[in-house]
Write a protein that binds this ligand. Structure first.
Ligand SMILES: Nc1ncnc2c1ncn2[C@@H]1O[C@H](COP(=O)(O)OP(=O)(O)OP(=O)(O)O)[C@@H](O)[C@H]1O
Length: 409
């Protein structure tokens, strides 16, 4: 195993001076055991706590036992150790994708709740090779990246995934563990001869050299506004156009494939137009293109109300995080409520483009008082402790690689 490479990845991405815990996704398997041990060693050198998280997908009769064993092992190694369970209904089709999403959501939620900004995962060079082999068979699995924002939203807000073992071969990690007298569990799903993953795994030549890491994407040019809009140049890279649609719409799935290519081609053509895609409204002007929430989504069930109890935190429409104050608060779309706003906000609203207005967030107290704090002006007279944070801009920065380490200095 090339230990120096792993340490270099941890040094490059993690903040040695932070006091926040480092979260590790620990399945109990060999890859994530090696990851947990290496993370604990790095964290000890820098006086940082480690939180080990194990998800019980509740798909196998013995899963509770494996989870207990993993939790015990992580605690014995010196980590704070938690078990998380996927208790929701299990779909009849697409089970592995649903399990993956549930796992990412549980891990990100627990990491964030503990104050961790980074969640380490034990993907190896073999995972990259397997993903490449599966893509060659027609699968759409993506290439795991060394550093990426959590793929789940809004649970994954402010959480980044770090995969420092991507350059290591699985066999080397296991030999290293064996030398240290370590034992581990292996997920039987990986051995299921029928699964595409297992076929890809078996087909890997033992001596295959891991492909080099994908190049970092070029940095985007952009402007954001406090209302949740993003403006890019018309010749922005397709990946940045997709990220702008995703973040402005507050959804979890960016536009891809042909629909994205069509939008990019229209932008390159220089034509002035307005379009909607994947929950975003796109306004293309002479030199720039603006991305905002498509207010028409309310007709399709989007932009629904969010009711929060006193002190509760929630995310409305994937774009705004709200922390209720001393009383309950309901968050809803501005559509139809403009006349109820305080006078300074009604005035500020006049300079907002009419298409952007209906999808702005309005906070309502049980007393009937309403406010749209992103327009500035007064906080609630009845509850000054309520807080709102626009997520769009930070999410776009994270999605386009502008935040590439734990703390940006
Ligand atoms: N049950 C689990 N609990 C906690 N962490 C897990 C669990 N399963 C996987 N992980 C984490 O994810 C890493 C990758 O695991 P695995 O290869 O099984 O997932 P995957 O389905 O390929 O992941 P992804 O689809 O996210 O790329 C593990 O090394 C570990 O860090």
């Amino acid at each position: 195993m090339r230990l120096a490479e792993v340490s270099a990845a941890l040094d490059r991405r993690l903040d040695p001076d932070s006091a926040a815990p480092l979260a590790v996704g620990f399945s109990g398997g060999g890859d994530s055991l090696a990851l947990l041990i290496l993370t604990l060693e790095w964290a000890r050198r820098h006086g940082r706590p480690v939180l080990s998280l194990t998800v019980d997908h509740q798909l196998q009769p013995d899963s509770a036992l494996w989870t207990q064993e993993a939790v015990r092992k992580a605690a014995a190694l010196g980590a704070r150790s938690l078990a998380l369970a996927w208790t929701g209904p299990k779909p009849a089709t697409g089970l592995s994708a649903a399990a993956r999403r549930a796992r990412h959501a549980l891990l990100a939620e627990a990491a964030r709740a503990a104050g961790a900004r980074v969640l380490l995962l034990g993907h190896t060079a073999d995972d990259r090779l397997e993903a490449a082999a599966m893509r060659a068979e027609g699968s759409t699995v993506s290439d795991p990246r060394i550093w990426a924002p959590s793929p789940v939203w809004p649970q994954g807000r402010d959480v980044f995934l770090l995969r420092p073992l991507l350059g290591q071969r699985r066999a080397g990690l296991r030999a290293w563990l064996t030398e240290r007298g370590q034992t581990w569990l292996d997920d039987p799903a990986n051995e299921d001869p029928g699964s595409t993953r297992a076929r890809a795994r078996r087909a890997l030549a033992p001596a295959a050299i891991p492909a080099t890491a994908p190049p970092e994407p070029a940095k985007p040019h952009f402007e954001g506004d406090p209302l949740g809009g993003l403006t890019l140049p018309r010749d922005a890279a397709a990946a940045h156009v997709a990220a702008a649609c995703l973040c402005a719409a507050g959804t979890e799935r960016p536009p891809r494939g042909e629909r994205l290519q069509r939008l990019v081609a229209r932008l390159r053509s220089g034509e002035a137009f307005t379009a909607t895609l994947a929950g975003a409204r796109i306004e293309a002007e002479a030199d720039s293109v603006r991305f905002l929430r498509d207010a028409g989504e309310s007709k399709r069930g989007g932009l629904g109300d969010l009711a929060l109890a006193a002190g509760q935190t929630g995310v409305w429409d994937g774009r705004f995080e709200i922390v209720a104050g001393t009383s309950p608060v309901t968050v809803r779309a501005l559509k139809g409520l403009a006349a109820d706003l305080p006078e300074p906000q009604r005035k500020a609203l006049r300079s907002v483009s009419p298409a952007a207005r209906p999808a702005l967030p309005v906070l309502a107290l049980p007393s009937g008082e309403v406010t749209c704090p992103v327009l500035g002006g007064p906080a609630f007279a009845g509850d000054p402790d309520v807080r709102i944070r626009a997520l769009v801009l930070d999410r776009f920065r994270a999605a386009t690689g502008l935040i590439d380490q734990e703390c940006v200095t």
